[in-house]
Design a protein around this ligand. Structure first.
Ligand SMILES: [Zn+2]
Ligand SMILES: [Zn+2]
Length: 258
C-alpha cells in the first residue's frame, strides 16, 4: 500500500515539479551526462593547507597532510570538486541546501564522490575498514527551516556506496552559531567554540562510573559535510571526537573552497 502511495506521490511530484538538469535544463535528471562531464572531479587528494594545498599520494602518506598542516586534528580530506571555479558546482550545492530544497540531490552528489574515490584510488577496502560516517550536525533552528540535514542525507547515500555505517546521533550541535560566511578565521573559531558536543546519551555508565566514548576507540571516523571552506567546523568536530578516543578523523565533502 505504502509503495502505491509512494508511486502516486512521485508521479504527482514529477508532474508538478519535473526534474531538470541544473546545468542545461534537460528533463529527467538533476545532472545529465554532458554537464557532469564538464565538472572536474578531483583525481587527487590534497593537504589541508588553506593556501596552495599540496597533492598528497596516499599510497606513500598515512595522512592527507603536509609538513605545514600536520598539526591539524583532521587527518585529511576527501572532496569531489573545487567549489569556486564552476557555477554548476555552486548551483548543485546551493539547491541542495537552500530553496527549492532539493533533498534528492544527495544521490547525485554522492555519486560524484563515488567517482572521486574511484579515480583517486581510494576505493580500497583498508581505507574504509573499521570506519563510521558522522554527518556534521545542524542546529535545531536550521533543521526546522530546511526540514533535513543535508550532511546527513549525503552520509546516508554514501552508506549505500561505501557500506560504512552512519551515526547521526553521536555528535550534536548545542549552540546556535552565526553564519561563517562573513567571519574572519579567528572569528570563525570563536563562533564555533563549544558549539558541538558528544551526545550525552552515548556515554555509557557502568558501576556508577561514566565510561564515556568507548564506542570510538580504534575507529576511523569520516565527518561528512557539503562544503569545506576554512575547515574550522571540521577541525572543531575532529578535536572533540579525538578527545573522545577516535583514532583518526577524516573529512568528506562534495566541494572544497580555495
Ligand atoms: Zn545538463
Ligand atoms: Zn598542507
Amino acid at each position: 500500500m505504502n509503495k502505491i502511495v509512494g508511486k502516486i506521490k512521485n508521479f504527482l511530484l514529477e508532474l508538478f515539479f519535473p526534474i531538470f538538469c541544473l546545468g542545461c535544463r534537460r528533463e529527467g535528471v538533476y545532472l545529465c551526462q554532458d554537464c557532469k562531464a564538464i565538472l572536474e572531479i578531483s583525481e587527487f587528494q590534497y593537504c589541508l593547507c588553506g593556501k596552495n594545498p599540496l597533492k598528497i599520494n596516499l599510497e606513500l602518506n598515512k595522512y592527507g597532510k603536509c609538513n605545514k598542516c600536520s598539526d591539524k586534528k583532521l587527518s585529511g580530506l576527501y572532496f569531489a570538486l573545487p567549489y569556486k571555479e564552476s557555477a554548476l558546482t555552486r548551483k548543485l550545492i546551493h539547491q541542495f541546501k537552500y530553496q527549492p530544497y532539493i533533498k534528492d540531490l544527495a544521490k547525485t552528489l554522492a555519486l560524484l564522490l563515488a567517482e572521486h574515490f574511484l579515480i583517486s584510488g581510494s576505493n580500497k577496502e583498508d581505507v574504509w575498514r573499521d570506519s563510521i560516517l558522522i554527518p556534521i550536525p545542524l542546529d535545531k533552528k536550521k533543521l526546522k527551516n530546511r526540514g533535513y540535514n543535508q550532511a546527513e542525507e549525503l552520509a546516508k547515500e554514501l552508506f549505500k556506496i561505501l557500506k560504512v555505517p552512519v551515526f547521526s546521533d553521536i555528535l550534536i550541535k548545542i549552540k546556535t552559531t552565526l553564519s561563517q560566511v562573513e567571519l574572519s578565521g579567528k572569528e570563525r573559531e570563536q563562533n564555533l567554540k563549544n558549539a558541538f558536543a558528544i551526545n550525552p546519551v552515548r556515554n555509557q555508565i557502568s558501576n556508577g562510573v561514566k565510561k564515556s566514548f568507548d564506542f570510538f576507540r580504534g575507529k576511523k571516523i569520516f565527518l561528512v559535510d557539503d562544503v569545506y571552506t576554512t575547515g574550522s567546523t571540521m577541525e572543531e568536530c575532529a578535536n572533540i571526537l579525538k578527545k573522545a578516543g577516535a583514532k583518526q578523523v577524516w573529512g568528506i565533502v562534495i566541494a572544497r573552497e580555495g
